[in-house]
Design a protein around this ligand. Structure first.
Ligand code: 5AD
Ligand code: SF4
Length: 479
């Protein structure tokens, strides 16, 4: 271990202090000796995982371009390869390590090529140890809390050609005013908070993303006003649990207040992810129901339909409470669509407990569900539990669950046949230039034909055919 390395520490990542996070508005800087280091150099950035990582990828790209790097589409062309990683399940980790191994060959043709690893995997003590032992070609490792340090770290890695590792395990600050390169032209991600304090027994996120820290409402609203001025039509407010927005800053009204303020900006479309059922307040439901520009699409992870499993998972609600919330949302938010996350094969889950999940799925009839086999993550309480469920049984449960969730996805889409719905246009389809694709207010993928249609338009589309994962239709008029 080099003296100047800052290695991740699981012990530190587990700790939580009562201290409010400092909001840093001028922490980011580019020292004069660093400002041109990217001239003539190309970067290849690959992001894995969730929307929080996608948004971090936009910041990383923004910083690299501020240093005059230009992006490229293949790793073969790159002078700098950065993998922005996900740690949520073992297969996400395996994918990245496999990719790191296979990209190593490029060093032969380009000895100056720099390899970097960042994101959630970089926050994991065990992973960084593996990288040091088995992937010595990695030159730079930084975490989720110190993206603002990228200019300094790159300078060190490029100029000294010394392996550079800096991962902060303590959550640190809320860093404002970082550069950003938006990957979308009309839809944007907006962080409203970072981290998670829920510590669900299976989940690595509270360790990789640190404690809950909210951004100030003024900063979020300023960002949204800028996006509106730039022509953006949709924002998705991001947080591991947006419902607890503002608790750390003691913002009165919390997420309900913020959501209402965002709605009043009149941006045409507002979405938000993710909501934990535990702190979904009535005030929030009322705000969602009141404003037309808040999309009637709610991602409400349930994880399991069995009370004992929910308890061991540390989810803080039982199946009945989930159903009560679900039904309240359904009755108050007109024509809402719902999606969820479900884990099967949690340690010692019995067949009967699994059937409770199926029962809940059949009651809720979700429009979409993200279904996973439980994956033990080092350092989480669940990873230390004995597990008597064989992998074949978990796989079988996943198949059965997916038969149910796929069935409801198809049924929910069938109800759109003949209806006219509003679609925000993402662009012409990859396969056919005369066909456009976009998303409905309820987040359905819609492929449709039409004339004089531009990316970012909101178009009325009549649905002529439905499939499990998309709708087909014809545009009626541009509004
Ligand atoms: N194993 C399987 N799925 C997980 N998720 C989170 N941690 C794990 C894990 N260890 C799922 C949850 C969460 C979604 C983002 O990923 O369903 O809501
Ligand atoms: Fe993970 Fe639970 Fe936090 Fe979601 S709420 S990020 S599942 S710990």
């Amino acid at each position: 271990m080099k003296e100047n390395w800052t290695m991740p520490s699981l012990k530190e990542a587990k700790q939580r202090t009562k201290k409010q996070a400092v909001i840093e508005k001028s922490l980011f800087n580019i020292p004069s000796e660093v400002k041109d280091i990217g001239y003539g150099k190309k970067y290849y950035l690959r992001t894995y995982g969730c929307q929080a990582n996608e948004r971090d990828g936009e910041t990383i790209a923004g910083i690299l371009e501020a240093l005059h790097f230009t992006s490229c589409d293949t790793p073969e062309e790159a002078d700098l390869i950065l993998l922005n990683t996900c740690a949520i399940r073992q297969n996400a980790e395996d994918k990245v390590l496999g990719e790191l191994g296979s990209l190593k060959r490029l060093r032969k043709t380009n000895p100056d090529l720099l390899f970097g690893l960042c994101g959630c995997l970089a926050q994991e003590e065990a992973v960084v140890k593996t990288i040091l032992e088995k992937y010595p070609h990695v030159d730079l490792v930084f975490g989720t809390h110190n993206i603002h340090r990228l200019p300094h770290l790159l300078y060190q890695a490029m100029m000294s050609r010394e392996k550079t590792i800096e991962v902060f395990s303590k959550e640190g600050e809320v860093v404002e005013n970082l550069p950003v390169k938006r990957f979308g032209t009309h839809k944007a991600w907006v962080n409203i908070m970072y981290g998670c304090d829920k510590f669900c027994a299976y989940c690595i996120v509270p360790y990789t993303r640190g404690k809950e820290r909210s951004r100030q409402a003024e900063d979020i609203l300023d960002e949204i006003h800028t996006l509106i001025d730039e022509g953006f039509k949709e924002v998705t407010l991001l947080g591991q649990n947006v419902n607890s927005y503002g608790k750390d800053l003691k913002i009165e009204g919390g997420f309900a207040y913020l959501l209402e303020e965002v709605a009043k900006t009149n941006i045409p479309r507002i979405r938000f992810v993710t909501s934990h059922p535990w702190d979904f307040s009535d005030e929030m439901i009322d705000v969602i129901a009141k404003y037309e520009n808040i999309m009637p699409f709610i991602h409400l992870p349930v994880q399991s339909g069995n009370d004992e499993i929910l308890k061991i998972m540390g989810r803080r609600y039982n199946a009945k409470e989930y159903m009560t919330l679900f039904n309240k949302l359904k009755s108050k938010v007109k024509n809402a669509a719902f999606s969820t996350d479900i884990i099967v094969g949690f340690p010692n889950e019995t067949h009967e407990q699994f059937l409770d999940t199926i029962k809940l799925v059949d009651e809720c009839q979700f429009d979409n569900a993200f279904t996973f086999i439980y994956s033990p993550r080092v350092g989480t309480p669940a990873a230390a539990m004995q597990d008597n469920v064989p992998m074949e049984v978990k796989e079988e449960r996943l198949q059965i669950l997916m038969q149910h969730t796929n069935h409801w996805a198809k049924v929910k889409n069938e109800a759109y046949l003949g209806k006219v719905i509003k679609v925000l246009v993402d662009g012409p389809s990859k396969k056919n230039k005369n066909v456009f694709s976009g998303h409905s207010e309820t987040n359905k993928l819609v492929n449709f034909t039409g004339e004089n249609i531009q990316v970012g338009d909101i178009v009325d589309v009549k649905i002529t055919n439905t499939k499990s994962w998309s709708l087909d239709g014809e545009a009626i008029k541009v509004s």
